[in-house]
Design a protein around this ligand. Structure first.
Ligand code: ATR
Length: 277
């Protein structure tokens, strides 16, 4: 029997088991995916189990995203660019760490709005934390022409744009009024909107009709920002799809099948969110 898991602490809320076990059932695999809520000293043991083949691999979440960087043999490009690892797997006898958040975001965007042309587009990124870094790296790979990063703490925006100064620049909240009309994509990567509380002050009413407004928060599914965008007639992209799509690559790397993100899977996780938030 094959197995994979998610490692972290206080992670009983994780949706990853629901997602992966849905695919395991769907593709008829003799496999399991479990939560391993473990202390830091057991993390190296997980790495050993993956290398020995006892485990096919794992997802990594808070607080171990940094710790695992010291355990892997190879840091894949997306993890290096985003400075974070969320997936471990073995290839050629070596333990690899990768990050699937950015590619998950792009896959969700392309599945939801297939006509989107990211190449040459202008993006406003609200927030400059770990999620912003992963998504920005993926957008740079998609050859967007500009990413304006706006953050409550400007120094963190300045630090993020060092990643690719030719394409990325830090902007102030005051500048949003000038920047929003030219934006093709606005992404909230901050935690604002979680539980329906608060919203990053962004003048969406100035956005062009073509602009897609996107949030990575998925509880609630429709955040205050997405609701406002919908009422303004703008296209929206919710945070749940990124969660589902970021799981695809891990499943493929561990079990050798590229799983599909379907309406059925979405419905399953939506019900889970409705049931326990
Ligand atoms: P993640 O890994 O989910 O991106 P993070 O690295 O802690 O989490 O980043 C959180 C982001 O949300 C940051 O951009 C943070 O802004 P600061 O850099 O100013 O802290 C942003 N954020 C969190 N709470 C916020 C709030 N109340 N108002 C504005 N931005 C907020």
């Amino acid at each position: 029997m094959k197995s994979a898991c998610v490692i972290g602490q206080n992670i009983s809320h994780s949706r990853s088991p629901s997602i992966h076990n849905h695919w395991i059932r769907k593709y008829g695999l003799d496999a399991s995916y479990t939560i391993r809520d473990i202390p830091p000293d057991l993390v190296p043991d997980i790495a050993r189990q993956i290398l020995s083949g006892e485990l096919q691999g794992c997802n990594v979440t808070i607080p171990y995203k940094q710790l695992v960087a010291g355990l892997v043999d190879v840091v894949d490009k997306p993890a290096e660019q985003s400075n974070s690892i969320n997936t471990l797997y073995v290839k050629g006898g070596k333990l690899h760490g990768t990050s699937t958040d950015g590619s998950g975001y792009i896959a969700h965007l392309k599945q939801t709005w297939p006509d989107t042309e990211l190449k040459g587009s202008t993006v406003i990124m609200l927030g400059a934390g770990g999620a912003a870094r992963s998504i920005a790296a993926a957008l740079v790979d998609e050859k967007v022409s500009r990413i304006h990063v706006v953050n409550r703490t400007p120094e963190k925006a300045e630090a993020l744009v060092v990643m690719n100064p030719a394409i990325m620049s830090a902007a102030s909240m005051m500048q949003l009024r000038e920047l929003v009309p030219a934006a093709d994509l606005i992404i909230n990567t901050t935690s604002l909107g979680t539980g329906g509380q608060g919203e990053f002050a962004c003048p969406l009413e100035l956005a062009a009709k073509r602009c897609i407004v996107s949030d990575i928060v998925y509880v609630p599914l429709e955040t205050p920002m997405l609701r406002r965008a919908r009422k303004l007639g703008l296209r929206t992209l919710d945070g749940l799809g990124m969660l589902l799509h970021q799981a695809v690559e891990g499943f493929r790397l561990w079990f050798g099948i590229e799983p599909e993100v379907t309406a059925e899977l979405r419905e399953l996780i939506e019900q889970d969110i409705a049931g326990r938030g």
